[in-house]
Design a protein around this ligand. Structure first.
Ligand SMILES: NC(=O)c1ccc[n+]([C@@H]2O[C@H](COP(=O)([O-])OP(=O)(O)OC[C@H]3O[C@@H](n4cnc5c(N)ncnc54)[C@H](OP(=O)(O)O)[C@@H]3O)[C@@H](O)[C@H]2O)c1
Length: 218
């Protein structure tokens, strides 16, 4: 499958490399393809990896993944061209953090303060696309083929369109996620984004970044 990733930070590059590893073709969209880390990424993935503008990556992908810093997300979507998202499945990895960093308790603040969510906002910006929140409550090294000594982690997803969620679930299963939990419509992003705040707070408080959430059932 052709996947367009908007965002060239740690999450975008890890997803890009991992998705190529499991057989997909990826174009990463960025404003600055000349960055050394991106040229290195391109060099490592010459066969199935490409770099492009946000618009080129959005036009390229059958499925699109939004991996931008929250403060730049609206601008990135505008640069990508709203028409390039039409009828596509858009996986929203973003967390709408206010960018101020952790407080003394290791708590990051959500810019939308639980009155809305990044997922809902993106679905509102992209009314003709099917937005599915996923990958936002796990660290980038574990996004593809996650392995944890203590067991299988859970990937929580949310979105309005059942077919889009099924497509994302299929991709997640192919990417090694054995437990995928559909939490409901895109409004549930509020809670999935709070889960990311808890994930980060645990990291800041313990200085470890190798944890994941799991839903246990009897
Ligand atoms: N890092 C993780 O492990 C992780 C895990 C889960 C969720 N997330 C979420 O995933 C998203 C990406 O995180 P990240 O750590 O990979 O990288 P990041 O540093 O948060 O974001 C990098 C990307 O955002 C774009 N960007 C920044 N400001 C912009 C602006 N004004 N206009 C357009 N684009 C702009 C950059 O574009 P250029 O390429 O053009 O510079 C770059 O592609 C975030 O929302 C984060 O909360 C990250």
């Amino acid at each position: 499958m052709k996947i367009g990733i908007l965002g060239s930070g740690a999450a975008g590059l890890a997803l890009g490399s991992g998705l190529i590893r499991i057989g997909h073709a990826v174009m990463i969209g960025t404003r600055r393809p000349e960055q050394e880390k991106l040229q290195e990424w391109l060099h490592q993935h010459q066969k199935d990896g490409q770099l492009g503008t946000f618009a080129e990556a959005a036009a390229y992908g059958d499925v699109l993944i939004l991996c931008t810093n929250w403060q730049g997300t609206k601008a990135a979507i505008e640069m990508a061209g709203i028409w390039n998202f039409k009828k596509k499945v858009v996986i929203d990895v973003t967390n709408p953090l206010d960018g101020k960093g952790p407080d003394k308790a290791g708590r990051l603040e959500l810019a939308l303060r639980n009155a809305a969510s990044g997922g809902e906002q993106i679905q509102a910006w992209l009314q003709d696309a099917h937005v599915v929140k996923a990958f936002n409550s796990i660290g980038n090294p574990y996004m593809i083929m996650p392995r944890f000594k203590e067991g299988e982690p859970t990937m929580f997803v949310a979105g309005n369109d059942d077919l889009a969620k099924k497509a994302v679930e299929d991709l997640l299963r192919q990417a090694g996620w054995k437990d995928v939990v559909d939490t409901g419509e895109i409004e549930m992003s509020r809670h999935l984004e709070s889960l990311a705040v808890i994930w980060c707070a645990y990291g800041f408080r313990t200085g470890t970044w190798n944890h994941a959430f799991r839903l246990l059932r009897e």
